[in-house]
Design a protein around this ligand. Sequence first.
Ligand SMILES: [Zn+2]
Ligand SMILES: [Zn+2]
Length: 259
Amino acid sequence: MIVDYHMHLRDPDERIVHSLEALERFVETAAARGVDEIGFTEHVYYFGQTRALWSLPYQLERCVYDLDEYVGTIVEAKRQGLPVKLGLEVDYVGDRQDELAAVLESYPWDYLLGSVHWIDGLAIDQEPGLWGVESVAGVWRRYFASLAELASSGHVDVLAHPDLAKIFGKRPEGAIDYPRLEGVALEISTNGLYKPVGELYPDIEFLQAARLPITLASDAHVPQNVGRDFDRALDLARAAGYDTVTVFESRRARQEPLG
Ligand SMILES: [Zn+2]
Ligand SMILES: [Zn+2]
């Protein structure tokens, strides 16, 4: 079994189109690349229903789409028998995580990704962001503390791009102190290959320290990138000792043979 559990429903020019026609293009690429099942995980801050949670211009400018329409499209695709799952990429929002979860509660998610992109309004994956006010070691420490908090909230099922703090290739001196995590899966994401660091997320040392189940992820923002570089992701998974991959349904996880 091969899944791609992280992608954003856009047209081939990366415009947001939450339609069945746009979704079908992702399904076609998946089939062509041998990916058995895909999951859509739009950013939570794109939806008007979550507006009360946001304060950054970056989020407020994007917060204009209808969550019911997005969910409806994917539910309809499932009803038609397409191999798709309903997910969302849920941001870490600190002490407002329960409030965000309450907004999402009534929808039929198969799984929710958890991501730490901002801490106290400062970005990890944009510069200067948190890098402008913290040392490299400080950014990593705060990033992992927030990731652990998000994992233990119970509101997400998979941690997206788990060592995102390496995005610019800046790492603390010495061995990295990985967080203790429970009750979530980690995604192996090929998207890091296209960031300044030029590596898969996460490092093999993180996988081996965490001993958590895995998913596979392209983080595609256009249909042509579904399943991109998954030979590399599979190599990493096997090198870290995995022979199964996680499949989600209604927020319940099961393991299937990998590959
Ligand atoms: Zn992300
Ligand atoms: Zn994403």
